[in-house]
Design a protein around this ligand. Sequence first.
Ligand SMILES: [Zn+2]
Length: 434
Amino acid sequence: MIYDVKNETLPREDMERLQLGRLQALCERVYANVPFYKKKFDEKGVKPQDIKSLKDITLLPFTVKQDLRDQYPFGLFAVPKDQIVRIHSSSGTTGTATVVGYTKRDIENWGELMARSLAAAGASAADTVHNAYGYGLFTGGLGAHYGAEALGATVVPISGGATKRQVTLLRDFAPDVICCTPSYALFLAETGLEMGIDVRDLPLRIGVFGAEPWTNEMRQDIEKKLGITAIDVYGLSEVMGPGVAIECHEAQDGLHIQEDHFLAETIDPATGEPVGPGEEGELVFTTLTKEGIPLIRYRTRDLTTLNTVPCKCGRTTTRMKRVTGRSDDMLIIRGVNVFPSQIESILIETKGLTPHYQLIVEREGNLDTLEVQVEVTESMFSDEIKSLQREESKVMKNIKEFLGVTAKVKLVEPKSIERSMGKAKRIIDNRKKD
Ligand SMILES: [Zn+2]
């Protein structure tokens, strides 16, 4: 079902006309109300009235995460504080937290966009949504919650953690939809089996997963282990939260960007120049309607490719390829670029291994070393040591062959890698400690 037929199926020219009008109004707004942007515009010698076509967006300055940190907490807000009705904030685990504020209309728009997203995933007003995203300052929990309510569905606001209780409620409340991180979905299925509850036997039919990058192989694994359709949702708190883009269940082929609210570009991360159509680049968003904290050309650090071909689901919005790497997550091991997602693909394709893994990077002398720790399945673990060693060298060989990097592979006991209730911690980089 398409939730907002008018806006999700606009012909390209109509969409571009709508975007241009909103972009022009946005530039006027931030220039007048946000001293940070007035200064940035002036430094670049650009005035709001210079934006005469969508292509003119390249005249505008970029915004990066550090700008939000520098303006901590409220320096980028574009409305007086009395119009802000809610604050969210990033955890700040890698530096000063970033803070975002929402007006009443921002919250309404977010609910509508997340309702669109749940509908695209295949959910309807008749469904019950088990929402295991964390509630609180993190945008996942309340974002999905308001969307499910706007859709008219029944929400179970369980939040993260208390995993056994989650499994019990999956059985007792029989939800149709679950929202959480993909790694937590696998943990729930695993915990269920320990409790004698096979999630595959429950009515659950859709999972809406996000907040951490994941691969197609992991999708297949989740679909098999939970007996559901696994849908990728994309968002980031700086731009809004979950619901910026969503896969449709009909195609599962790229995420539809809510383009009437977010103008997407892809750029070369090194030069900042736009990349050609169909080429991979860093995803950049301009928020067209946000009032509380509108952002101009926000660099997400996520790498993707944009596709403007209309989809078989009937939506005409531009699709972004699923994000499997964030330019921040990229590891450079002895000069070779490695994304955790590439290693994950190799692990999942190897029989007897699970998607629970961790990458440990050290520096010995001047040389970087990479160790891949991955859990084996129970049956594999009970095998003799020789066959474990054989698997280890097979994975090492595949990593060397496909990624061009030498890694030490260590197969570890089932359930020995710490489970996360939110985003899985995939990388331990000990090089940064000194
Ligand atoms: Zn579609």
